[in-house]
Design a protein around this ligand. Structure first.
Ligand SMILES: Cc1cc2nc3c(=O)[nH]c(=O)nc-3n(C[C@H](O)[C@H](O)[C@H](O)COP(=O)(O)OP(=O)(O)OC[C@H]3O[C@@H](n4cnc5c(N)ncnc54)[C@H](O)[C@@H]3O)c2cc1C
Length: 266
């Protein structure tokens, strides 16, 4: 259990203090959650609350750069943030939590029910990190999810302003954990599909993308069958539903989002 609190004044001070037994604290909604592994394992909490330069939202040449300490509520209220990202931020139904939780904390948590990571991945969002060695590095959200340096500090996230991105989230209630959150984006290379599948992970559905690219009019039944037999998808029965149900949900959602984003919905 933590016995020291460091109020870092700058990103450099925060990364200099980071080691295996120290944890960054942004909004604290995940770190301070009851039963959180992060808090239990930490000796030192490094608060980012007073860190300079992490709370701005700036727009330039069709892109919006969001400081990692921006809260979900700031995203919702900012005129610069694109509507597709506001929609994802509003998946966090509690306003109290939106006032505390940050975009950086959500990405770093890499949760399989993340509210916003599918949207960021689909939109091709990039990130600026400050590594433990004090080096600034640019990466993609998708890359960070797969192999991100967990000691690095997330400085900011950059998203395209005018991209067409749509998302869908399934949960028992607005406050419940989602079994599936999926996003589709329409870019230069066609439709991109990403999702958060509870207890499975954050996934880029490249096989589905390829199928839609090869045959934009592929039938829903073919997509359902493709996902039903997919061996690379490690869904299982749990309290969020059966393996069969999750595969069906992924398939029909991918089909629906593809139709909607390409303007072919009936
Ligand atoms: C009841 C409850 C339900 C929840 N349900 C969901 C849910 O359904 N989906 C979901 O996505 N989340 C959920 N959360 C978790 C949490 O609220 C969000 O993920 C939130 O966005 C985390 O942001 P934060 O600023 O509070 O992060 P913190 O709790 O401060 O930090 C979270 C993690 O990110 C790291 N971190 C924070 N900022 C940075 C940074 N700038 N650079 C590097 N690492 C950083 C911390 O070290 C920590 O490991 C839930 C939390 C609670 C309490």
């Amino acid at each position: 259990m933590a016995n020291q609190l460091l109020m870092a004044k700058s990103p450099e001070e925060a990364v200099a203090a980071k080691n295996a037994s120290a944890v960054f604290v942004a909004g604290g909604t995940e770190v301070n959650r009851l039963g959180s592994d992060a808090a239990a394992a930490a000796d030192t909490l490094i608060s980012l609350k007073k860190c300079a330069g992490l709370k701005d939202i700036e727009e330039d040449a069709g892109f919006v750069t969001i400081g990692s300490m921006c809260t979900f509520q700031q995203l919702v209220e900012s005129e610069k943030v694109p509507s597709y990202l506001k929609e994802a931020a509003l998946f966090m139904a509690s306003r109290t939590k939106r006032n505390m939780a940050t975009i950086g904390g959500n990405i770093a948590s890499k949760r399989s029910d993340s509210y916003i990571i599918p949207t960021l991945m689909a939109a091709g969002a990039s990130m600026k990190l400050l590594t433990a060695g004090g080096k600034e590095v640019k990466t993609w959200v998708g890359e960070y999810i797969d192999e991100g340096d967990s000691d690095a500090l997330i400085i900011s996230v950059t998203v395209p302003k005018d991209m067409k991105v749509i998302s869908k989230r399934y949960a028992n209630t607005a406050q419940s954990h989602a079994v599936l959150t999926m996003s589709a984006a329409l870019g230069e290379h066609g439709v991109r599909l990403d999702g958060a599948v509870k207890n499975v992970g954050l996934l880029h559905f490249c096989d589905l993308e390829a199928t839609f690219r090869e045959d934009p009019d592929v039938s829903e039944d073919k997509i359902i069958e493709m996902v039903r037999v997919c061996t690379g998808l490690h869904t299982a029965d749990d309290m969020f539903g059966s393996d069969e149900y999750k595969r069906y949900l992924i398939a029909v959602t991918a089909y629906d989002l593809h139709k909607r984003i390409t303007g072919k919905e009936v």
